[in-house]
Design a protein around this ligand. Structure first.
Ligand SMILES: Cc1cc2nc3c(=O)[nH]c(=O)nc-3n(C[C@H](O)[C@H](O)[C@H](O)COP(=O)(O)OP(=O)(O)OC[C@H]3O[C@@H](n4cnc5c(N)ncnc54)[C@H](O)[C@@H]3O)c2cc1C
Length: 563
């Protein structure tokens, strides 16, 4: 099963990005040339990216194929919470909470530029679950992390003074203060892809797996298509690791009846408001038992979510529905009426789909289903059902143990614990040098801060060429776009705006820079295609804006809701 993995797919040392640069044509040639991989990972969300990274770290010849862009599925649509999941304590899911807390603490170390501790307040009302019960849950939460500076505490209504909670409710008693983590989910996926490539994995986006067939002698053959050129390719492997998220039962020739009946799906939507959130984030109880929602700071304003409704259809780009938007606005109006969050400053929304594995025939609300993942093996393919973003490195390690077991290897795989993401390595010296040299070159403080927040230590590559420090539309640096194209494998304008520089989330959606970014992209796409993508970007956001203002129809049918 194991073999040397000497094939590189980098774009050569002439690139200003050195060995980090990658070239699509040579990656495809390398995948075709190896012909047989130890493991082929399907899906470039957090689980696929993390699995490819840990598999390559453990010496496996690894190929990852993603049918659209990295993180374009659920992994860019999460609540962006690096957490154990307080509410899973109520479901008595202690293992999930424990792993989440440990994984959160590891992310604080391995991705400190992308994952930060955040203070939360959980209000308690006369009709809330008893205060002792909430306090006990938070005490347990603390026991699992044991970080002295981040202990929960009780603040009475009187100590809290004027606040967001008392206005909407009578019977406000006070609030628990506790800590969790907030993360930039998409950037974590992208950096895991870079790290997987550094370990030797071949990773390709816009590469859809269409067929999986078992051959003799334990080999599996996959058919895949380069969706940018519509060319077909084949590769054989010892094992397929299917991390296709909600689409896990739709890949290739997989027995859908078995897998499909093992999962249910729920959509969750978030709203983003053009208002800087000051003070602690809020964890607010909903009238429905065991349900909560959050209000918390986001680099582009204030984020509020999430909804939870069962769905049966799985669109490639799920969209919030008009009903979900109304639901969140109504909750805010009821619970925090003076927070300044209303339709008048609502500027963006997104939706994602949870994959909820069933342990037994589960009826009832999807909100009550465990978020714990299941690894299921059959016919040369290991399928991942469900999972949490925060615990992806634990889940990947568990999956790799199964791969080792299937290969009759008795040793324990090397884990990712404590291994820095590329933007965390050499952080202080890289950021200090970038800041000093970019300032000397006349780059404004906000542009420097924006680049550092997105790229961490990788900003040092923006010093490789003078032109990289040119501002684009006053919103970002030209080098960020070049880095996205040549290192982070961005192929389209949407890849850049939504999942690399994340300007799509900004109140103006980065529209002042989009023309210049499109011109840079035209070098690889051609002028006509680049301008078509720019037009589509503008139109899509105009349609979303109509929907947010309550004037447009849902971009997605409400009918996909089951309950
Ligand atoms: C609303 C919501 C809020 C959440 N909040 C949190 C949170 O705060 N914290 C947390 O820890 N977790 C959270 N989660 C869970 C977390 O987001 C998911 O567990 C995680 O993102 C799933 O990652 P994944 O890699 O399994 O799937 P995905 O990110 O969906 O990736 C699957 C990938 O497979 C690709 N694919 C599909 N078919 C094929 C094919 N045929 N060939 C090649 N590629 C294919 C898709 O394009 C996709 O990119 C939330 C989830 C939702 C929906």
């Amino acid at each position: 099963m194991f073999s040397d993995f000497g094939l590189g797919a980098d774009a050569g040392s002439e690139s200003p990005f050195g060995a980090l640069a990658v070239d699509r044509a040579s990656t495809i040639r390398s995948i075709d040339k190896i012909g047989h991989a130890d493991v082929v990972v399907i899906g470039g969300g957090i689980h696929g990216a993390t699995f490819a990274r840990i598999a390559a770290l453990n010496g496996l010849k690894t190929v990852l194929l993603e049918r659209a862009d990295y993180a374009s599925g659920t992994s860019s649509r999460s609540s962006k919470m690096a957490h154990g999941g307080l509410r899973y304590l109520e479901m008595l899911d202690f293992a999930q909470v424990y792993e989440g807390i440990k994984a959160r603490e590891d992310l604080f170390v391995t991705a400190p530029h992308l994952v930060k501790p955040q203070e939360f307040l959980l209000p308690v009302y006369a009709d809330s679950p008893p205060r002792w019960k909430l306090g006990f849950g938070l005490w347990l939460y603390d026991q699992m992390s044991r970080v002295p500076g981040r202990r929960q505490s009780w603040i009475s209504a009187r100590q809290l003074g004027p606040n967001h909670f008392s206005a909407g409710h009578s019977g406000f008693r006070g609030a628990f203060r506790y800590f969790d983590g907030l993360m930039r989910d998409t950037r974590i996926v992208i950096e895991n892809i870079i790290a997987a490539r550094q370990e030797g994995a071949l990773c390709l986006n816009y590469a859809a797996v269409n067929s999986i067939s078992s051959l003799n002698f334990g080999k599996v053959e996959l058919g895949w298509t380069d969706t940018l050129t519509q060319t077909s390719h084949e590769i054989t492997t010892g094992i397929v690791v299917n991390c296709a998220g909600p689409w896990v039962a739709q890949v290739g020739r997989i027995t859908p009846s078995e897998l499909a009946s093992s999962i249910r799906f729920s959509q969750g939507s978030h709203l983003l408001f053009d208002k800087k959130w000051e003070g602690p984030a809020l964890f607010l109880p909903l009238a429905e038992k065991n349900r909560y929602y959050w209000v918390w700071p986001h680099p582009a304003g204030t984020l509020v979510g999430t909804t939870e409704r069962e769905v049966s259809a799985l669109p490639d780009d799920p969209q919030p529905t008009a009903n979900e938007i109304e639901e969140i606005l109504a909750r805010l109006e009821r619970d925090v009426p003076h927070s300044g969050l209303s339709r008048s400053n609502l500027h963006y929304a997104f939706a994602g789909i949870r994959t909820l594995p069933l342990r037994k025939a589960s009826a009832g609300s999807v909100a009550q289903l465990s978020r714990r993942h299941i690894w299921a093996y059959g016919s040369g393919t290991l399928h991942l059902l469900g999972g949490k973003f925060t615990t992806a490195s634990w889940t990947a390690l568990e999956g790799l143990r199964q791969v080792f077991k299937l290969a009759h290897l008795s040793h324990e795989p090397v884990s990712l614990k404590g291994r820095l993401l590329p933007g965390a390595a050499l952080y202080a010296e890289s950021v200090e040098r970038f800041d000093r040299e970019a300032q000397a070159a006349g780059v404004s403080e906000s542009l420097r801060a924006g680049a550092i927040a997105r790229m961490g230590a990788l900003v040092r590559f923006l010093l490789a060429d003078k032109s990289f420090l040119e501002p684009l539309g006053g919103r970002l640096l030209r080098g960020e776009v070049e880095f996205a194209r040549h290192v982070e494998q961005a192929e389209t304008l949407e890849d850049i705006m939504r999942r690399r520089v994340e300007l799509e989330y900004a109140p103006d959606h980065g529209l002042s820079a989009v023309g210049e970014i499109s011109r840079l992209l035209s070098v690889q796409l051609g002028a006509a295609k680049a301008s078509e993508q720019e037009q589509r970007y503008r139109e899509r956001l105009a349609t979303l804006s109509q929907l947010l203002q309550g004037r447009g129809a849902s971009l997605q049918s409400e009918e996909s809701a089951v309950g």
